[in-house]
Design a protein around this ligand. Structure first.
Ligand code: FEO
Length: 171
C-alpha cells in the first residue's frame, strides 16, 4: 500500500496523462484538417506516448494493491488560429505536466517513499525530453514555417516519426 496523499496524486496523474493524449489528438486532428499530415502524425504519436504514460501510472498503482477509480477526461478547450498555436500550447502543457510530476515527487520525498521516487525518476527524465521536443518544434516552425516550400519539407520530416514503446516497463 502507498500513502493516501501520494496515491491520490498518482491516480490524478492517470487522468492528466489521458488528458494530454486527448489534447495531442486534438492537435493532430487540427493539423489533419489544414493539410499538414506530418504534424498530424507527430502529434498522433505523441498522443500514443501519453496513453502509455497513463497506463504506467495505472499499472504502478495496481502493482501496489491500490484501488483506482477512473474519472472523466476533460474536453480539449484550445482554439487554433495558426499552425504555430498547438506548438505553443504543447510547450506550455509539457511545462505544466513537469510541475505535476515534481509535485508527486515532492510528496513522495517528504514521506521517504523511495519506491515511488524511483518509479517517478523515469518521468522526471522523460519530461526533460518532452519539454525539449516541444521547444524544438517551435524553433523549427519559426525557422521554416513561413515559407511554403520549407514548411512542406518540415512536414515531410515530421511524417517520418514512428511510435516506440516507452523504455520503462513494470513487471
Ligand atoms: Fe506524459 Fe508529455 O507528459
Amino acid at each position: 500500500m502507498l500513502d493516501p496523499k501520494v496515491t491520490e496524486l498518482l491516480v490524478d496523474q492517470i487522468n492528466k496523462e489521458f488528458y494530454s493524449a486527448y489534447l495531442y489528438l486534438d492537435f493532430s486532428n487540427y493539423y489533419k484538417d489544414i493539410g499538414l499530415d506530418g504534424f498530424a502524425n507527430w502529434y498522433m504519436i505523441q498522443a500514443q506516448e501519453e496513453r502509455d504514460h497513463a497506463l504506467l501510472f495505472l499499472q504502478y498503482l495496481q502493482n501496489n494493491s491500490e484501488k483506482v477509480a477512473l474519472e472523466a477526461i476533460a474536453k480539449p478547450d484550445k482554439t487554433y488560429h495558426s499552425a504555430k498555436d498547438p506548438l505553443i500550447y504543447g510547450l506550455e502543457h509539457e511545462e505544466y505536466v513537469t510541475s505535476l510530476i515534481h509535485t508527486i515527487y515532492g510528496a513522495a520525498y517528504d514521506i521517504k517513499d523511495f519506491r515511488t521516487m524511483q518509479f517517478l525518476d523515469w518521468f522526471v527524465k522523460e519530461q526533460g525530453e518532452e519539454e525539449k521536443n516541444a521547444h524544438d518544434m517551435i524553433t523549427k516552425y519559426d525557422l521554416f514555417g513561413n515559407d511554403p516550400k520549407s514548411l512542406y519539407m518540415l512536414d515531410q520530416e515530421l511524417a517520418g516519426r514512428t511510435y516506440t514503446a516507452p523504455s520503462l516497463t513494470l513487471d
